[in-house]
Design a protein around this ligand. Sequence first.
Ligand code: F0G
Length: 354
Amino acid sequence: MEWKGVINTYRKYLPVTDKTPVITLHEGNTPLVKADNLSEELGGNLQIYLKYEGMNPTGSFKDRGMTLAVSKALEEGSKAVMCASTGNTSASAAAYSAKAKIDSIVLIPKGAIALGKLSQALIHGAKVVPIQGNFDDALKLVKTITSKYPITLVNSLNPYRIQGQKTGSFEICDVMGKAPDYHAIPVGNAGNITAYWRGYKEYKNHGIIDSLPKMIGFQAAGACPIVKGCIVDKPDTVATAIKIGNPASWKQAEMARDESGGLIDSVKDDEILEAYKMLAELEGVFVEPASAASIAGVKKLNEKGYFKKDDCIVCILTGHGLKDPDRAIEMIEEPESIPATEDAVVKHLRLDEG
Ligand code: F0G
């Protein structure tokens, strides 16, 4: 059967009626890939699955929430949406607003978002406003402005974003027939960990699953306010998507952690980049650096003996690697060119040496 996006598929669990216009790019239904090569590399004691959210229409998990946020904005008669963003939210807001024929305005930290994401926001026709500040400054401004002007805020403070994003849990449970033992996820503004926890709890309340996963979230070491227990004024990490010092859903993330018996930990930039490369080399899955935080975190915890044998872990890979190709090319030197002759190629590859 044709997949028609998360609203049409999970309508009965979402705050929509027959009158709600459905603005969809057929988001969701992303692959859940069993990562045997990676599991083996990490010691062979775990069953690791990758939820490849980079396969959403704009290349990140944000589309699950944006389909609902923009549909509801339209239903409520809004003519414009606005967000602060480290890149992916702006790309998604721009695309869904284009489809809905409403305006989008995005505030981004100047010079601090990956080029692929900026290109998306621009080509979809968003009004892009780079500010001389970081994401936290941008979010504060967006909250103030949307409270004073008739513009709908579509950051994850918008409850419809969380409602839409909870469908990721539904898909995991529908495919596996149960919840995993652990749910590993990068944490930035903390909306996604909040949404997934909500989704699992709802499926359990409906009797669709018997048990809940432990939620394990990972922040970058240079931007880990929840781990430290205080706001980070100058967050810093290669994982620009999660370069956030004062997450909007801080309390809800702590609740997900505590209710589930999980944890929120930090991973260093070099651990994130190692995991980033490992995923691409071992699993054929290309993600952006922030997404690799979930793998780096699982690796770190496994080395400390945190898991039991054969524990089943789903890692959320939040965004596509093509968003930020410069990072990959920086890590692996771009090869030099050679003459366009058979002889040169054979010699270069040393095929003539037997
Ligand atoms: N991974 C990616 C690729 C992201 O873009 C984000 C957040 C996260 C993880 C963290 O998710 O904020 O729900 O905890 N990106 C936002 C943005 C902040 O503006 O695109 P979170």
